[in-house]
Design a protein around this ligand. Structure first.
Ligand code: Q46
Ligand code: ZN
Length: 333
């Protein structure tokens, strides 16, 4: 197959766009499409300071690389989850983030869950009997918002792609999660202490972000987080991949169709936010979910071993944050 633009040998065919491109023509197309998505949803401008949540995976690192290539002021934010697994997952991921930071000459902020909460994700899972992804998602959303506020970034960008978004939408529709549906959108404006959040890759498939990473020689962690293996979203992804194979463009139509009727769920979003009585971050309850989680971990640990008391954020002068009920139903967002 030949590249539509220059007739050289194509490396990718995208049936939903009826477009084949070679390695030289792929990145310009990808960047242009990213720019169009940013403008379409009024995500941010070149005057904004963007904090990119990077995990070490292909999507978030490609996003950071692409925003930098497009001339945006985008720094990275890595949350060290303390997951070891069979491949030293968190350590490897952090390494990949540092490598890209050095290559593109941007700052990478790092926060450690073990230092902030008092235990890494696997231990929090055991201490709280909570699913790892549920605790992890809550903590990540909290840190992202808090850090963006403290370090005065205007917007938080995440690397969620089309496959992620459609699988989450499918799950939220199956369960009629009205609150989650109300907030599933590529741009969530700032409100009451919650920073603006955007997903510039919402129209790219996983394959497209992978090809961008490969073409640009971005080293990323290929192994999944060990906790991702059991996630229900993965089985939805398989199902949706079959539908997409039979009728290219199905995922995009499903997502765009939902965006057009999303306003129907708006009232579910109207819950008032109040500052958490402990950390001051926005929440719907008196004490936010993050503070309750930290308290739980400390209580359980002090019953067994002496607990480290002062969080690294306090030592660094960073005020703690969060709002579990206010985030998208996303295992990894
Ligand atoms: S990192 Fe965290 Fe994900 Fe691992 S524990 Fe689950 S939510 S799967 S994207
Ligand atoms: Zn709190």
């Amino acid at each position: 197959m030949k590249c539509r633009k220059c007739l050289k040998k194509a490396i990718i065919y995208m049936p939903e766009h009826r477009l084949a491109l070679c390695s030289a023509c792929y990145s310009p197309w990808f960047l242009d499409y990213t720019e169009r998505t940013i403008r379409k949803f009024k995500m941010f401008s070149r005057r904004d300071r963007v904090l990119v949540a990077v995990s070490g995976g292909k999507d978030s690192l490609s996003l950071w690389h692409a925003l930098n290539a497009l001339g945006y002021e985008a720094d990275g934010f890595y949350i060290d989850l303390g997951i070891v697994g069979s491949n030293n997952y968190s350590e490897q991921s952090k390494q990949r983030c540092f490598e890209l930071a050095e290559r593109i000459g941007r700052r990478l902020h790092v926060v450690s869950v073990a230092e902030e909460v008092g235990a890494p994700i696997p231990e929090i899972k055991d201490l709280t009997a909570r699913e790892a992804c549920s605790a992890c998602g809550l903590i990540k959303r909290y840190f992202m918002n808090r850090y963006a506020l403290e370090a005065e970034y205007n917007v938080i960008a995440t690397g969620h792609n089309l496959d992620d978004e459609v699988a989450v939408l499918f799950s939220n529709v199956l369960n009629w999660n009205r609150g989650y549906l109300a907030r599933q959108y590529p741009v969530l404006d700032e409100r009451e202490g919650l920073k603006k959040k955007v997903k510039p890759f919402v129209y790219f498939t996983e394959k497209q972000t992978t090809v961008y990473a490969l073409v640009n020689r971005i080293a990323y962690v290929r192994d999944e987080c060990p906790y991702a293996l059991g996630a229900t979203t993965l089985s939805y992804k398989d199902l949706l991949a079959q539908l997409e194979h039979q009728a290219p463009g199905t995922k995009r139509r499903f997502l765009d169709g939902f965006y057009q009727i999303r306003a129907l769920f708006a009232e579910a979003e109207a819950t008032a936010l109040v500052p958490c009585s402990r950390c001051g971050q926005p929440t719907t309850t008196e004490v936010c979910a993050y503070c309750r989680l930290v308290e739980h971990v400390e209580r359980r640990r002090s019953a067994a071993v002496p607990v480290r008391k002062v969080a690294a954020s306090e030592a660094a002068g960073v005020r703690p944050i969060e709002h579990e009920e206010l985030s998208l139903h996303h295992p990894g967002s």
